[in-house]
Design a protein around this ligand. Structure first.
Ligand SMILES: [Zn+2]
Length: 298
């Protein structure tokens, strides 16, 4: 049947049924890293415009986090400058509904020497990001067009920085959320840091010691218990992430894990290794199949 052929990589995770219907078109934009300096404001604007100008315009934007260049080490004024810029660009250039995921760089002041004093501040840590994104909780789920979306919070405190893992409260919530979701409802998971990826191996010289060493801040250090959980729920189809700024796609136990590059490329310095600045354009179908294309925006 014409128009229904899928690339073989798609077929491994979810064979498409004949006459499948598209449920939703999603733009997955991650690692925008906006700041007042350099190419960031015009770049973020150009990316928004690109998605809005598509003849087949997305129904939804998933913001994968690291929306601002960095507030983990920023003082209040510097954090505000980045947050205000983010809000202004979205207000002026984004009409498509947008759902936000918190990235490590969106967490305010964890890396500062004065962090202890700042803990009293109403916007300390992830409250800053929740305020910026106008979201009630740091992790949550919602339903749209027959798909169930789960938005996770990957950033777990470690010294003055972080590791990639779900705190136990969140993991228990995830278990319950998947249990409550009907088995026939396809699930898309959004996390800032990859749960599973291949590209983390190439971010840095991770083989220098003679062994592959993947830092726990680059790929979920609790990936084992998460993939075990997903194995019990065959409706988990697609896990989207960013953080590494490289594009890759891994299929494992029937789940497709896609790290969708970065809108900012090499933090607004062009391509990062082989990956160009871009975003994921995803068609989700009612039968649980999907297609993801990594598009550049010029
Ligand atoms: Zn990140």
């Amino acid at each position: 049947m014409a128009g229904l052929t899928l690339p073989s990589s798609e077929a491994q995770s979810q064979p498409a049924t004949p006459n499948r219907k598209r449920a939703l078109r999603v733009a997955h934009m991650t690692d925008i890293h906006v700041q007042p300096e350099g190419k960031a404001p015009t770049g973020m604007t150009a990316c928004m415009k690109h998605a809005h100008d598509l003849i087949d315009r997305p129904d939804l934007i998933l913001n994968g986090g690291d929306s601002v260049m960095d507030v983990m080490g920023a003082d209040a004024a510097r954090a505000k400058a980045q947050g205000d810029l983010w809000k202004n660009i979205l207000e002026d250039h984004c009409e498509i509904p947008i759902e936000h995921c918190i990235g490590n760089h969106d967490v305010w002041a964890w890396g500062r020497d004065s962090a202890e004093k700042l803990q009293e501040n109403a916007l300390y840590g992830k409250k800053w990001a929740c305020d910026l994104f106008r979201i009630p909780e740091r992790f949550r789920s919602f339903d749209k067009a027959g798909w169930h979306f789960i938005v996770l919070d990957s950033t777990f405190p470690h010294d003055k920085g972080y590791k990639a893992r779900l705190d136990d409260e969140q993991f228990e919530w995830l278990k319950e959320d998947l249990k409550k979701t009907p088995a026939a409802t396809p699930v898309c998971v959004l996390s800032h840091i990859p749960i599973v990826c291949a590209c983390a191996m190439f971010d840095g010289e991770n083989e220098k010691s003679g062994n592959w060493v993947i830092p726990g801040a680059w790929m979920h250090i609790d990936a084992r218990r998460i993939k075990d959980l997903f194995f019990q729920h065959k409706n988990v189809k697609l896990c989207l992430s960013g953080h590494i700024h490289l594009y890759d796609r891994v299929e494992y136990n029937g789940v497709t894990y896609i790290c969708n590059g970065a809108v900012s490329g090499a933090w607004w310095g062009g391509n990062f290794q082989e990956t160009k600045p871009g975003y994921g354009l995803i068609d989700l179908y009612t039968d649980g199949s999907f297609e993801n294309e990594y598009v550049t925006y010029g």
